[in-house]
Design a protein around this ligand. Structure first.
Ligand SMILES: Nc1nc2c(ncn2[C@@H]2O[C@H](COP(=O)(O)OP(=O)(O)OP(=O)(O)O)[C@@H](O)[C@H]2O)c(=O)[nH]1
Ligand SMILES: [Mg+2]
Length: 401
Protein backbone atom coordinates (compact mmCIF):
# COMPACT_ATOMS: atom_id res chain seq x y z
CA UNK A 1 0.00 0.00 0.00
CA UNK A 2 2.58 2.55 1.18
CA UNK A 3 4.81 1.73 -1.72
CA UNK A 4 2.04 2.57 -4.18
CA UNK A 5 1.47 5.97 -2.56
CA UNK A 6 5.16 6.64 -2.50
CA UNK A 7 5.34 5.77 -6.20
CA UNK A 8 2.48 8.17 -7.03
CA UNK A 9 4.06 10.99 -5.03
CA UNK A 10 7.45 10.41 -6.64
CA UNK A 11 5.86 10.37 -10.10
CA UNK A 12 4.10 13.67 -9.47
CA UNK A 13 7.23 15.32 -8.12
CA UNK A 14 9.45 14.04 -10.94
CA UNK A 15 7.00 15.06 -13.67
CA UNK A 16 6.56 18.46 -12.04
CA UNK A 17 10.29 19.00 -11.92
CA UNK A 18 10.62 17.94 -15.55
CA UNK A 19 7.89 20.38 -16.55
CA UNK A 20 9.75 23.15 -14.78
CA UNK A 21 12.95 22.20 -16.52
CA UNK A 22 11.37 22.27 -19.97
CA UNK A 23 9.76 25.66 -19.40
CA UNK A 24 12.94 27.02 -17.84
CA UNK A 25 15.28 25.90 -20.59
CA UNK A 26 13.30 27.26 -23.54
CA UNK A 27 15.39 29.85 -25.39
CA UNK A 28 13.97 33.23 -24.71
CA UNK A 29 15.62 36.63 -25.09
CA UNK A 30 14.33 39.39 -22.83
CA UNK A 31 12.23 42.04 -24.54
CA UNK A 32 13.64 45.56 -24.54
CA UNK A 33 12.19 47.78 -21.83
CA UNK A 34 8.64 48.73 -22.83
CA UNK A 35 8.06 52.45 -23.36
CA UNK A 36 5.59 54.38 -21.21
CA UNK A 37 2.71 53.85 -23.62
CA UNK A 38 3.61 50.26 -24.51
CA UNK A 39 0.69 47.87 -24.90
CA UNK A 40 -0.08 45.77 -21.84
CA UNK A 41 1.72 42.49 -22.18
CA UNK A 42 0.81 40.92 -18.88
CA UNK A 43 0.81 37.17 -18.79
CA UNK A 44 -2.34 35.22 -19.64
CA UNK A 45 -3.93 33.13 -16.86
CA UNK A 46 -1.92 30.03 -16.05
CA UNK A 47 -2.84 27.12 -18.30
CA UNK A 48 -2.63 23.45 -17.34
CA UNK A 49 1.00 22.46 -17.40
CA UNK A 50 3.26 19.60 -18.21
CA UNK A 51 3.41 18.68 -14.56
CA UNK A 52 -0.40 18.72 -14.27
CA UNK A 53 -0.75 15.94 -16.75
CA UNK A 54 0.54 13.32 -14.33
CA UNK A 55 -2.47 11.03 -14.57
CA UNK A 56 -2.76 7.56 -13.20
CA UNK A 57 -1.87 5.20 -16.05
CA UNK A 58 -5.02 3.89 -17.75
CA UNK A 59 -4.31 0.23 -16.93
CA UNK A 60 -3.98 0.78 -13.18
CA UNK A 61 -7.04 0.69 -10.89
CA UNK A 62 -7.92 4.26 -9.94
CA UNK A 63 -7.62 5.11 -6.29
CA UNK A 64 -7.76 8.40 -4.46
CA UNK A 65 -5.53 9.45 -1.64
CA UNK A 66 -8.53 9.50 0.76
CA UNK A 67 -9.12 5.78 0.27
CA UNK A 68 -5.73 4.95 1.63
CA UNK A 69 -4.89 4.74 5.34
CA UNK A 70 -1.83 6.77 6.01
CA UNK A 71 0.12 6.01 9.12
CA UNK A 72 -0.06 8.87 11.61
CA UNK A 73 -2.03 11.81 10.27
CA UNK A 74 -4.33 13.17 7.59
CA UNK A 75 -3.59 12.78 3.88
CA UNK A 76 -0.92 15.10 2.47
CA UNK A 77 -2.07 17.06 -0.54
CA UNK A 78 0.66 17.44 -3.12
CA UNK A 79 0.23 20.91 -4.52
CA UNK A 80 1.89 22.16 -7.68
CA UNK A 81 3.14 25.75 -7.60
CA UNK A 82 1.40 27.61 -10.43
CA UNK A 83 3.73 28.18 -13.36
CA UNK A 84 3.13 31.53 -15.01
CA UNK A 85 4.26 31.63 -18.62
CA UNK A 86 5.35 34.86 -20.34
CA UNK A 87 3.63 35.49 -23.68
CA UNK A 88 5.26 33.50 -26.45
CA UNK A 89 7.21 36.20 -28.30
CA UNK A 90 10.25 34.52 -29.71
CA UNK A 91 12.66 37.21 -30.80
CA UNK A 92 14.59 36.37 -33.93
CA UNK A 93 18.27 37.04 -34.30
CA UNK A 94 18.72 38.10 -37.92
CA UNK A 95 21.59 37.01 -40.13
CA UNK A 96 24.67 39.23 -40.18
CA UNK A 97 24.77 41.68 -43.06
CA UNK A 98 28.37 41.26 -44.17
CA UNK A 99 28.59 39.50 -47.51
CA UNK A 100 24.84 39.34 -48.00
CA UNK A 101 25.02 40.48 -51.61
CA UNK A 102 27.47 37.70 -52.36
CA UNK A 103 25.14 35.16 -50.75
CA UNK A 104 22.15 36.51 -52.66
CA UNK A 105 23.89 36.96 -56.00
CA UNK A 106 21.95 34.11 -57.64
CA UNK A 107 18.87 36.32 -57.27
CA UNK A 108 20.34 38.62 -59.89
CA UNK A 109 20.17 35.87 -62.50
CA UNK A 110 17.80 37.71 -64.80
CA UNK A 111 20.02 40.76 -65.00
CA UNK A 112 22.98 38.45 -65.25
CA UNK A 113 21.65 36.71 -68.34
CA UNK A 114 20.39 39.83 -70.03
CA UNK A 115 23.19 42.20 -69.21
CA UNK A 116 26.36 40.49 -68.09
CA UNK A 117 26.35 37.37 -70.23
CA UNK A 118 24.76 39.23 -73.13
CA UNK A 119 27.56 41.77 -73.25
CA UNK A 120 30.33 39.21 -72.91
CA UNK A 121 28.90 37.10 -75.72
CA UNK A 122 28.64 40.10 -78.02
CA UNK A 123 32.15 41.32 -77.20
CA UNK A 124 33.53 37.85 -77.94
CA UNK A 125 32.28 37.80 -81.52
CA UNK A 126 34.97 37.33 -84.10
CA UNK A 127 34.06 40.50 -85.97
CA UNK A 128 33.08 43.47 -83.89
CA UNK A 129 31.28 45.31 -86.67
CA UNK A 130 28.88 48.24 -86.41
CA UNK A 131 25.89 45.92 -86.05
CA UNK A 132 27.48 44.24 -83.07
CA UNK A 133 28.23 47.57 -81.41
CA UNK A 134 24.61 48.51 -81.96
CA UNK A 135 23.52 45.29 -80.32
CA UNK A 136 25.77 46.06 -77.37
CA UNK A 137 24.18 49.46 -77.12
CA UNK A 138 20.69 47.96 -77.26
CA UNK A 139 21.57 45.45 -74.55
CA UNK A 140 22.63 48.27 -72.24
CA UNK A 141 19.56 50.37 -73.00
CA UNK A 142 17.23 47.41 -72.48
CA UNK A 143 18.81 46.81 -69.08
CA UNK A 144 17.95 50.42 -68.19
CA UNK A 145 21.51 51.69 -67.95
CA UNK A 146 20.29 54.96 -69.51
CA UNK A 147 21.21 56.75 -72.73
CA UNK A 148 24.12 58.87 -71.57
CA UNK A 149 25.91 56.17 -69.54
CA UNK A 150 25.35 53.69 -72.40
CA UNK A 151 27.04 55.95 -74.91
CA UNK A 152 29.94 56.54 -72.57
CA UNK A 153 30.40 52.86 -71.93
CA UNK A 154 30.23 51.86 -75.60
CA UNK A 155 32.78 54.49 -76.48
CA UNK A 156 35.17 53.30 -73.78
CA UNK A 157 34.73 49.69 -74.81
CA UNK A 158 35.38 50.48 -78.48
CA UNK A 159 38.62 52.25 -77.61
CA UNK A 160 39.86 49.57 -75.30
CA UNK A 161 38.96 46.67 -77.58
CA UNK A 162 40.86 48.36 -80.41
CA UNK A 163 44.00 48.39 -78.28
CA UNK A 164 43.62 44.73 -77.40
CA UNK A 165 45.15 42.46 -80.01
CA UNK A 166 43.52 39.20 -79.11
CA UNK A 167 40.31 39.17 -77.15
CA UNK A 168 40.49 36.29 -74.72
CA UNK A 169 37.42 35.70 -72.52
CA UNK A 170 39.49 36.56 -69.45
CA UNK A 171 40.64 39.86 -70.95
CA UNK A 172 37.15 40.80 -72.07
CA UNK A 173 35.71 39.97 -68.70
CA UNK A 174 38.32 42.06 -66.92
CA UNK A 175 37.79 44.96 -69.25
CA UNK A 176 34.02 44.91 -68.91
CA UNK A 177 34.28 44.58 -65.14
CA UNK A 178 36.50 47.64 -64.92
CA UNK A 179 34.29 49.76 -67.14
CA UNK A 180 31.07 48.77 -65.37
CA UNK A 181 32.62 49.54 -62.01
CA UNK A 182 33.74 52.92 -63.28
CA UNK A 183 30.16 53.61 -64.32
CA UNK A 184 28.72 52.57 -60.95
CA UNK A 185 31.40 54.23 -58.85
CA UNK A 186 33.60 52.51 -56.29
CA UNK A 187 34.75 55.46 -54.22
CA UNK A 188 31.34 56.60 -52.98
CA UNK A 189 30.31 56.31 -49.32
CA UNK A 190 27.37 53.89 -49.30
CA UNK A 191 27.02 53.50 -45.54
CA UNK A 192 23.50 54.10 -44.24
CA UNK A 193 24.05 56.91 -41.72
CA UNK A 194 22.51 55.97 -38.43
CA UNK A 195 25.16 57.06 -35.96
CA UNK A 196 25.37 60.81 -35.55
CA UNK A 197 28.41 61.71 -33.47
CA UNK A 198 26.85 64.08 -31.00
CA UNK A 199 23.47 62.60 -30.11
CA UNK A 200 21.11 59.67 -30.08
CA UNK A 201 19.02 58.39 -31.78
CA UNK A 202 20.01 58.44 -35.45
CA UNK A 203 16.96 59.33 -37.53
CA UNK A 204 16.18 57.67 -40.86
CA UNK A 205 13.15 58.43 -43.02
CA UNK A 206 12.01 56.09 -45.78
CA UNK A 207 10.08 57.55 -48.73
CA UNK A 208 8.79 56.43 -52.13
CA UNK A 209 5.59 55.84 -54.09
CA UNK A 210 3.15 53.15 -53.07
CA UNK A 211 4.08 49.55 -53.56
CA UNK A 212 7.80 50.12 -54.06
CA UNK A 213 8.65 48.32 -50.83
CA UNK A 214 9.01 51.08 -48.22
CA UNK A 215 7.46 49.21 -45.31
CA UNK A 216 9.22 45.97 -46.18
CA UNK A 217 12.52 47.83 -46.48
CA UNK A 218 11.98 49.64 -43.16
CA UNK A 219 11.31 46.27 -41.50
CA UNK A 220 14.32 44.63 -43.13
CA UNK A 221 16.52 47.58 -42.23
CA UNK A 222 15.43 47.28 -38.60
CA UNK A 223 16.65 43.68 -38.76
CA UNK A 224 19.95 44.76 -40.31
CA UNK A 225 20.47 47.21 -37.45
CA UNK A 226 19.48 44.71 -34.77
CA UNK A 227 21.82 42.15 -36.34
CA UNK A 228 24.57 44.73 -35.91
CA UNK A 229 23.71 45.12 -32.23
CA UNK A 230 21.69 48.34 -32.37
CA UNK A 231 18.36 49.15 -30.75
CA UNK A 232 15.54 50.49 -32.90
CA UNK A 233 12.19 52.26 -32.65
CA UNK A 234 9.88 52.26 -35.68
CA UNK A 235 7.59 55.14 -36.57
CA UNK A 236 4.48 54.20 -38.57
CA UNK A 237 3.96 57.53 -40.27
CA UNK A 238 1.92 55.89 -43.04
CA UNK A 239 -1.52 56.64 -41.63
CA UNK A 240 -3.24 56.03 -44.96
CA UNK A 241 -4.37 52.58 -43.86
CA UNK A 242 -4.34 50.83 -40.49
CA UNK A 243 -2.84 47.74 -42.10
CA UNK A 244 0.33 49.69 -42.87
CA UNK A 245 1.06 50.24 -39.17
CA UNK A 246 0.20 46.60 -38.41
CA UNK A 247 2.56 45.47 -41.15
CA UNK A 248 5.38 47.56 -39.72
CA UNK A 249 4.66 46.52 -36.15
CA UNK A 250 4.81 42.86 -37.14
CA UNK A 251 8.28 43.41 -38.59
CA UNK A 252 9.30 45.22 -35.42
CA UNK A 253 7.98 42.58 -33.03
CA UNK A 254 10.00 39.89 -34.71
CA UNK A 255 13.23 41.58 -33.67
CA UNK A 256 12.01 43.28 -30.50
CA UNK A 257 11.69 46.80 -31.91
CA UNK A 258 8.87 48.95 -30.56
CA UNK A 259 6.52 50.64 -33.06
CA UNK A 260 5.03 54.08 -32.47
CA UNK A 261 1.71 54.47 -34.27
CA UNK A 262 -1.07 57.01 -34.45
CA UNK A 263 -4.77 56.96 -35.23
CA UNK A 264 -5.81 55.91 -38.72
CA UNK A 265 -5.95 58.94 -41.02
CA UNK A 266 -4.12 60.90 -38.32
CA UNK A 267 -1.32 63.35 -38.93
CA UNK A 268 1.78 61.51 -40.20
CA UNK A 269 4.06 64.33 -39.08
CA UNK A 270 2.93 64.00 -35.47
CA UNK A 271 3.45 60.21 -35.50
CA UNK A 272 6.95 60.77 -36.86
CA UNK A 273 7.60 63.43 -34.20
CA UNK A 274 6.35 61.12 -31.44
CA UNK A 275 8.45 58.24 -32.73
CA UNK A 276 11.63 60.28 -32.34
CA UNK A 277 10.46 61.52 -28.95
CA UNK A 278 9.86 57.95 -27.75
CA UNK A 279 13.14 56.85 -29.26
CA UNK A 280 14.94 59.56 -27.27
CA UNK A 281 13.14 58.65 -24.06
CA UNK A 282 13.86 54.96 -24.50
CA UNK A 283 17.48 55.73 -25.33
CA UNK A 284 17.53 53.64 -28.50
CA UNK A 285 20.18 53.98 -31.19
CA UNK A 286 18.03 54.51 -34.28
CA UNK A 287 14.50 55.62 -35.18
CA UNK A 288 13.23 54.46 -38.58
CA UNK A 289 10.24 56.30 -40.02
CA UNK A 290 8.06 54.61 -42.63
CA UNK A 291 5.93 56.99 -44.72
CA UNK A 292 2.92 56.71 -47.00
CA UNK A 293 3.03 56.40 -50.76
CA UNK A 294 -0.53 57.65 -51.03
CA UNK A 295 -2.71 60.09 -49.15
CA UNK A 296 -6.23 60.61 -47.82
CA UNK A 297 -6.28 64.30 -48.22
CA UNK A 298 -5.94 66.59 -51.18
CA UNK A 299 -2.66 67.89 -49.89
CA UNK A 300 0.01 66.60 -52.17
CA UNK A 301 2.10 63.68 -51.02
CA UNK A 302 5.12 65.88 -51.48
CA UNK A 303 3.73 68.67 -49.30
CA UNK A 304 3.06 66.16 -46.62
CA UNK A 305 6.51 64.57 -46.79
CA UNK A 306 8.05 68.00 -46.60
CA UNK A 307 6.02 68.60 -43.46
CA UNK A 308 7.02 65.27 -41.88
CA UNK A 309 10.64 66.16 -42.47
CA UNK A 310 10.30 69.66 -41.03
CA UNK A 311 8.45 68.46 -37.96
CA UNK A 312 10.94 65.67 -37.22
CA UNK A 313 13.74 68.17 -37.61
CA UNK A 314 12.44 70.03 -34.58
CA UNK A 315 14.21 67.22 -32.70
CA UNK A 316 17.34 66.96 -34.85
CA UNK A 317 18.33 66.85 -38.51
CA UNK A 318 17.55 63.65 -40.38
CA UNK A 319 20.62 61.51 -40.75
CA UNK A 320 19.36 59.68 -43.78
CA UNK A 321 16.46 60.00 -46.21
CA UNK A 322 16.19 56.79 -48.20
CA UNK A 323 14.25 56.78 -51.45
CA UNK A 324 12.83 53.35 -52.22
CA UNK A 325 12.53 52.59 -55.94
CA UNK A 326 11.09 49.47 -57.52
CA UNK A 327 13.75 48.34 -60.02
CA UNK A 328 11.11 46.72 -62.24
CA UNK A 329 9.48 50.07 -63.03
CA UNK A 330 12.48 51.35 -64.97
CA UNK A 331 12.20 54.84 -66.40
CA UNK A 332 9.03 55.52 -64.39
CA UNK A 333 11.06 55.13 -61.25
CA UNK A 334 13.43 57.81 -62.45
CA UNK A 335 10.63 60.27 -62.93
CA UNK A 336 9.44 59.58 -59.37
CA UNK A 337 12.95 59.93 -58.06
CA UNK A 338 13.26 63.40 -59.49
CA UNK A 339 10.02 64.56 -57.85
CA UNK A 340 10.96 63.20 -54.42
CA UNK A 341 14.43 64.64 -54.61
CA UNK A 342 12.97 68.11 -55.04
CA UNK A 343 11.05 67.98 -51.76
CA UNK A 344 13.16 65.97 -49.36
CA UNK A 345 16.91 65.80 -49.70
CA UNK A 346 17.42 62.20 -50.66
CA UNK A 347 20.68 60.89 -49.21
CA UNK A 348 20.49 57.31 -50.40
CA UNK A 349 18.61 55.02 -52.76
CA UNK A 350 17.19 51.59 -52.03
CA UNK A 351 16.55 49.60 -55.19
CA UNK A 352 14.02 46.88 -54.47
CA UNK A 353 12.88 43.86 -56.47
CA UNK A 354 16.18 43.47 -58.30
CA UNK A 355 15.48 39.75 -57.98
CA UNK A 356 12.57 40.02 -60.38
CA UNK A 357 14.03 42.02 -63.22
CA UNK A 358 16.57 41.95 -66.03
CA UNK A 359 17.01 45.70 -65.61
CA UNK A 360 19.91 45.80 -63.19
CA UNK A 361 21.33 48.68 -65.21
CA UNK A 362 18.91 50.96 -63.37
CA UNK A 363 21.57 51.17 -60.63
CA UNK A 364 23.67 53.28 -62.98
CA UNK A 365 20.81 55.37 -64.31
CA UNK A 366 19.30 56.30 -60.97
CA UNK A 367 22.61 57.36 -59.44
CA UNK A 368 23.23 59.58 -62.46
CA UNK A 369 19.77 61.02 -62.24
CA UNK A 370 19.97 61.98 -58.58
CA UNK A 371 23.66 62.21 -57.92
CA UNK A 372 22.98 60.05 -54.85
CA UNK A 373 24.39 56.55 -54.26
CA UNK A 374 22.45 53.30 -54.16
CA UNK A 375 23.02 52.14 -50.58
CA UNK A 376 20.84 49.07 -50.27
CA UNK A 377 19.30 46.57 -52.65
CA UNK A 378 16.23 44.39 -52.17
CA UNK A 379 16.67 40.90 -53.56
CA UNK A 380 13.53 39.13 -52.41
CA UNK A 381 10.58 39.11 -50.07
CA UNK A 382 12.39 37.23 -47.31
CA UNK A 383 13.19 38.96 -44.03
CA UNK A 384 16.93 39.01 -44.67
CA UNK A 385 16.80 39.73 -48.40
CA UNK A 386 18.05 43.30 -48.09
CA UNK A 387 21.76 43.75 -48.77
CA UNK A 388 24.22 46.61 -48.50
CA UNK A 389 25.10 47.56 -52.07
CA UNK A 390 28.64 46.63 -53.00
CA UNK A 391 29.61 47.55 -56.58
CA UNK A 392 32.25 44.80 -56.92
CA UNK A 393 29.96 42.03 -55.74
CA UNK A 394 27.18 43.38 -57.94
CA UNK A 395 29.30 43.52 -61.11
CA UNK A 396 30.78 40.08 -60.38
CA UNK A 397 27.27 38.73 -60.06
CA UNK A 398 26.31 40.27 -63.40
CA UNK A 399 29.22 39.02 -65.46
CA UNK A 400 29.96 35.84 -63.54
CA UNK A 401 33.24 35.03 -61.85
N1 LIG B 1 10.55 40.25 -54.97
C1 LIG B 1 10.66 41.27 -54.13
N2 LIG B 1 9.57 41.78 -53.55
C2 LIG B 1 9.69 42.82 -52.72
C3 LIG B 1 10.96 43.37 -52.42
N3 LIG B 1 10.76 44.41 -51.57
C4 LIG B 1 9.43 44.47 -51.34
N4 LIG B 1 8.78 43.52 -52.03
C5 LIG B 1 7.34 43.26 -52.06
O1 LIG B 1 6.65 44.38 -52.57
C6 LIG B 1 5.36 44.46 -52.02
C7 LIG B 1 5.08 45.87 -51.52
O2 LIG B 1 5.90 46.12 -50.41
P1 LIG B 1 5.55 47.20 -49.29
O3 LIG B 1 6.73 47.24 -48.39
O4 LIG B 1 4.23 46.97 -48.68
O5 LIG B 1 5.48 48.52 -50.17
P2 LIG B 1 5.18 50.03 -49.70
O6 LIG B 1 6.06 50.90 -50.49
O7 LIG B 1 5.30 50.12 -48.24
O8 LIG B 1 3.68 50.21 -50.16
P3 LIG B 1 2.60 51.29 -49.61
O9 LIG B 1 2.62 51.20 -48.14
O10 LIG B 1 1.32 50.87 -50.23
O11 LIG B 1 3.04 52.63 -50.11
C8 LIG B 1 5.31 43.40 -50.95
O12 LIG B 1 4.62 42.28 -51.44
C9 LIG B 1 6.75 43.06 -50.70
O13 LIG B 1 6.95 41.75 -50.24
C10 LIG B 1 12.13 42.81 -53.05
O14 LIG B 1 13.27 43.24 -52.89
N5 LIG B 1 11.91 41.76 -53.90
MG1 LIG C 1 3.99 50.72 -46.77
Amino acid sequence: MDIVILAVVIAVVVLGALGGLIVGSRRRKPLPPPPPAAPDITAPPAEPHVGDEAETPRDEPRRTIEEVDLPGGPPVAVEEPPVVEAPEIEIEIPEPTAGRLVRLRARLSRSQNALGKGLLTLLSREHLDEDTWEEIEDTLLTADVGVQPTQELVERLRERVKVLGTRTPVELRGLLREELLKLIGTDVDRVVKTEPEDRKPGIVMVVGVNGTGKTTTTGKLARVLVADGRTVVLGAADTFRAAAADQLQTWGERVGAYTVRGPEAGDPASVAFDAVKEGKEMGVDVVLIDTAGRLHTKTGLMDELGKVKRVVEKHAPLDEVLLVLDATTGQNGLVQARVFAEVVDITGIVLTKLDGTAKGGIVVAVQRELGVPVKLVGLGEGADDLAPFEPEAFVDALIGE
